[in-house]
Ligand binder design. Sequence first.
Ligand SMILES: Cc1cc2nc3c(=O)[nH]c(=O)nc-3n(C[C@H](O)[C@H](O)[C@H](O)COP(=O)(O)OP(=O)(O)OC[C@H]3O[C@@H](n4cnc5c(N)ncnc54)[C@H](O)[C@@H]3O)c2cc1C
Length: 312
Amino acid sequence: MFRLKFKLSHTDPLIKILPEVRGRYLQNISLARHTWFGVGGRAEIMYLPVDAEDLAHFLRNTPRNLPLCLIGGGSNLLVRDGGVPGVVIKLESPFFRQISIGENTITCGAGFHNPDLKKHLLANNRGGLEFLCSIPGTVGGSIKTNAGCFGREISDVIVSAEIINREGKIQSIDAKDLGLSYRGSLFPDDWIILAVTFKTEPSSAEKISCLLEEHKAYRRAHQPVNQKTAGSTFKNPEGLKAWELIKKCGCDQFTVGGAKVSEKHCNFLINTGTASAEDIETLGEMIIREVQRQTSVTLEWEIKRLGIKREQ
Ligand SMILES: Cc1cc2nc3c(=O)[nH]c(=O)nc-3n(C[C@H](O)[C@H](O)[C@H](O)COP(=O)(O)OP(=O)(O)OC[C@H]3O[C@@H](n4cnc5c(N)ncnc54)[C@H](O)[C@@H]3O)c2cc1C
């Protein structure tokens, strides 16, 4: 994400200074339908590039201080009610959803949906990426967050990533240079992931199906499914579990407006249908304060919060 100072005169609509592209610009678009929480304000402009060259042309021909931000599947995002100034980029065209199967690798475009990996693993008898199939969202978002579950994470399986920088230069980056850490990464905020190569292991359709079923059953039993949530709200502090701290401090009963703590897993916050982003963020902040007060542990948001609060 690019968070730079950018002042645009109110008489000058942003669209006027953007270069002509082959992709699409959508103006004043609600971001609620682009996130799993289903809340949040509008993007001044959403840009849907048609391919990497189109994106490179856009990056080379926009002011360096224009605020840009990337969204993938929106499954780890809380977009604030005041919306997101500048341009929100979403890599959802077919170009960014390609997949190719190598000898011991699989390469996916950044906009490829993780659950869609299933059929390719099964058809090609490839193992090692089953955990990723159960994580909602896209490959690009999963790299940025070093997503993981069931004892594996992206850093265990990634070989390299193709990125584009703010100058529109495309390059291949070795996994070790992405600085992947627990639910995060250290690569520059102005790098956009275009595609990712994962290593795979030989397996059998039977073994793969068995693992996929196990993961699905575990999630059904222990996590809220088919609800408006963004997954784990807080990172696990070193040697501790965020959900245990939340429960121990009685925060699992907290609600704010239409936002509540999931009854199934208290590190998940839920939009019951009427929540605003403000309700969800306030609920999260209340939990942080109470856990801090009772245990001196400061929980850190795992969910990425974007945009600005609505003016009161
Ligand atoms: C029900 C549920 C269960 C979940 N379970 C898990 C779990 O088990 N483990 C886990 O780790 N997570 C989990 N999550 C969280 C989420 O699914 C993951 O973090 C996922 O990888 C996010 O991908 P996304 O495409 O939705 O990214 P988004 O939420 O859209 O974005 C996440 C971050 O990635 C950045 N980003 C997106 N695309 C790109 C790109 N192409 N280049 C650079 N930056 C980019 C965004 O700017 C943002 O900072 C869960 C979420 C839900 C709703």
